[in-house]
Design a protein around this ligand. Structure first.
Ligand SMILES: Nc1nc2c(ncn2[C@@H]2O[C@H](COP(=O)(O)OP(=O)(O)OP(=O)(O)O)[C@@H](O)[C@H]2O)c(=O)[nH]1
Ligand SMILES: [Mg+2]
Length: 444
């Protein structure tokens, strides 16, 4: 565990390991400048100054490691607000590894996961919600998730929370004034007004938490393709992915295991699961596949139930319609190119074979995912704190509505304020920081 205040010198590979054009080794701390001077020799007569990229050679003692670029970023104009050095060497694991080994010989230690960003937070360059956004951005699955992370990184969450903190502070000031000057301020009136405002703030916080949307941004929208054997589930999967992912044959029972594929629709990651056709008579292997299909249906955010439009609706189809009736579901009538033997209200008519209406299926998936364009809170930790703060605001409102003494409500308002402070990191302890930054990768 890293202690809260520390500025010894740390180093890590900031680029992904493996083969690549360049590898960047990042160094931060009080010894970064010295490390730069010891390891790096600029070519020719270049002046060494902060924020200037230099070309030269990097050494481990007398041994030449590589020709590389290096940049010194002196405090406080750096990512961590400490002195930072970056060595841009040739890619591949060897060179960067040798640079790190040379650094470890001169009082530089390997960085912990997220330690650079942790220092940026501890040195006051960014608040906690913005630090967390760095990792969300790196791990973002799709454009919508990255947009939400950038909004958080540029202070969207902080601004939202800070505005609420100011509102709660105003309420507290009002309550305190009423307590301090009972002869000037009518207590009932103050209580009534505070209760209304407190309730409104709680509602605003709760409205900012959309767990479902936050989860979809994080892990993607889960869609299960199901139906009887041979209705064209695998054909639809392939058509949506624009590739030959699953085996398609005219033999019913072709797909047994779940076949997965992901695609981006409107900036959102959509995870498709093609499943075994559901029917009564099946051998052992197929039966296991059918069990898996049923559990995919249960876990899906949306079930696409495929029916063969060219054949009259069978008793088995009716049973599947019944079975999926309570799921979030869209009925798809496939094989429309062969004719339409029946129709169902709200069903989408397609042909996976000719590609007819496949774009409509994509549009429908994006619409059913229903991610609001503005999502104030998208992190699990922020939503948990927002709900907790809302609980205290509500409990303050209820106390005031029931004529309880003002100072009782003041305690709840205080706790709400402190809880909001945990989002931005006004109030943190080491355990919280460890849990936030342990999600990070080394070098960030
Ligand atoms: N005419 C026509 N044939 C289709 C269409 N979609 C699929 N097929 C054919 O229907 C047969 C079954 O297609 P699959 O995609 O394997 O069906 P499935 O639902 O995955 O079948 P199982 O894996 O056995 O459950 C294949 O011969 C496909 O070429 C379509 O829209 N029109
Ligand atoms: Mg199949």
């Amino acid at each position: 565990m890293i202690s809260l205040y520390q500025n010894d010198t740390i180093a890590a590979l900031a680029t992904p390991p493996g083969r690549g054009g360049i590898a960047i080794v990042r160094v931060s701390g009080s010894g970064a400048r010295a490390a730069f001077d010891v390891l790096f020799k600029p070519a020719g007569k270049q002046t060494v100054e902060s924020h200037r990229m230099l070309f030269g050679r990097i050494y481990d003692g007398d041994a030449l490691i590589d020709e590389c670029m290096a940049v010194l970023m002196l405090a406080p104009r750096s990512y961590t607000r400490e002195d930072v050095v970056e060595f841009h060497t040739h890619g591949g694991d060897q060179v960067a590894h040798q640079v790190l080994e040379a650094l470890y010989k001169i009082d530089v230690r390997p960085a912990e996961p997220g330690e650079f960003t942790r220092r940026a937070f501890l040195n006051g360059r960014i608040d906690l919600s913005r630090a967390e956004a760095v990792m969300d951005l790196i791990g973002a699955q799709g454009e919508l998730a990255s947009r939400a992370a950038v909004r958080q990184l540029t202070g969207g969450v902080s601004a939202f929370i800070r505005a609420l903190q100011e509102d709660v502070t105003d309420l507290l000031a009002g309550v305190t004034a009423a307590l301090d000057y009972p002869e000037e301020i009518e207590e009932d009136e103050a209580a009534g007004e505070t209760a209304v405002k407190s309730r409104a703030l709680a509602e605003k916080l709760l409205a900012a938490c959309n767990e479902r949307a936050a989860r979809l941004l994080d892990t993607g929208f889960e869609v299960a393709l199901c139906g009887q054997p041979n209705v064209g589930k695998s054909s639809l999967l392939n058509a949506l992915l624009c590739e030959d992912r699953a085996i398609v044959t005219s033999i019913p029972g072709t797909t047994r295991d779940i076949v997965r594929g992901s695609l981006l629709i409107g900036g959102l990651r959509v995870n498709l699961s093609d499943t075994a056709g559901i029917r009564e008579e099946a051998d052992t292997v197929e039966s296991i596949g059918i069990d898996r299909a049923r559990s995919a249906i249960k876990n899906a955010d949306l079930v696409l139930l495929l029916l063969d439009a060219s054949q009259p609706l069978s008793a088995e189809d009716e049973a599947l319609l019944q079975e999926t009736a309570t799921c979030p579901r869209q009925i798809i009538l496939n094989k429309c190119d062969l004719g339409e033997a029946f129709s169902l209200p709200g069903a989408l008519k397609i042909s996976a074979a000719t590609g007819k209406n496949i774009d409509a299926v994509r549009a429908l998936l994006s619409e059913k995912a229903g991610i609001p364009s503005e999502l104030p809170l998208t992190s699990e930790r922020h939503m948990r704190l927002a709900r907790k703060a809302a609980e205290h605001l509500l409990s303050a409102a209820i106390a005031l509505e029931n004529g309880e003494p003002l100072d009782l409500a003041a305690i709840d308002l205080h706790t709400a304020l402190e809880t909001l402070g945990e989002v931005t990191g006004d109030r943190v302890d080491e355990k919280l920081l460890d849990s936030v930054f342990s999600r990070f990768c080394v070098g960030k």
